[in-house]
Write a protein that binds this ligand. Structure first.
Ligand SMILES: C[S@@+](CC[C@H](N)C(=O)[O-])C[C@H]1O[C@@H](n2cnc3c(N)ncnc32)[C@H](O)[C@@H]1O
Length: 201
């Protein structure tokens, strides 16, 4: 999979999803059951299941994001918008002190568990790490189910001394597929995956 990378310019906005190129990107993927654990006043609140720890926002749930994610069954959502606070400074200055910076792996663990095969996670922030390909679970390195390559990266520059907003789209591969037909030969999912890894090293 080759990563599509696009750069656009737009005015900054406290509500990331209201920035036009960001909004357009989300609209492209938003089909089926999507959830937003850090929704704030999301412009998409009528189109997905929303949560925010701050009860001032009119979201479906007002839970800590981790607890919100833990409620969903395995392989049960088509996509997740993952837009946690980027820094302690942002929590205090922009979001009235609501929120905590949690260990990323705790979120990643839930996210990979609940997204359906072929589903997406769209991450927002100041880096393009997105969802990892591998992570340590109980001290053991394991594949998360997300492709190594990103599906798409959108860079939104805001001019002046503002940081860019970086949006990273990750897709989960179809880990339920046991045998895959590739160029008319039948190979196991593991073989396919090993080839994929060799090709992308
Ligand atoms: C970066 S903003 C999300 C902005 C939103 N995506 C938008 O475009 O408007 C972070 C939001 O996450 C909420 N938040 C912070 N920590 C949280 C947590 N642990 N659980 C749930 N919500 C949290 C804050 O109250 C804030 O509204």
């Amino acid at each position: 999979m080759e990563t599509k990378i696009v750069r656009k310019w737009a005015m900054p906005n406290k509500n990331t999803f209201s920035i036009k190129p960001v909004k357009d990107l989300i609209c492209k993927y938003l089909k089926g059951k999507w959830i937003d654990p850090f929704a704030n006043e999301s412009i998409f609140k009528d189109r997905l299941i929303t949560n925010d720890i701050n009860s001032a926002y009119n979201t479906n749930y007002n839970l800590d994001a981790l607890k919100f994610l833990q409620q969903f069954d395995d392989n049960s959502v088509d996509g997740i918008l993952f837009d946690p606070p980027y820094s302690i400074h942002q929590i205090n200055e922009v979001y009235d002190g609501f929120g905590k910076i949690k260990q990323f792996s705790r979120y990643a663990h839930e996210i990979k568990r609940i997204i359906k095969p072929n589903g997406y996670c769209i991450s927002f922030g100041w880096n393009t790490n997105g969802m990892p390909f591998e992570m340590k679970i109980n001290g053991k390195k394991q594949k998360t189910g997300f492709y190594k390559e990103k599906k798409e990266i959108l860079i939104v520059s805001h001019g002046g001394c503002h940081n860019d907003t970086l949006i990273t789209v990750d897709q989960k591969y179809n880990s339920q597929l046991k045998n895959v037909i590739l160029s008319e030969e039948i190979i196991t999912e593991e073989e396919l995956f090993n080839r994929y890894e060799e090709e992308t090293l």
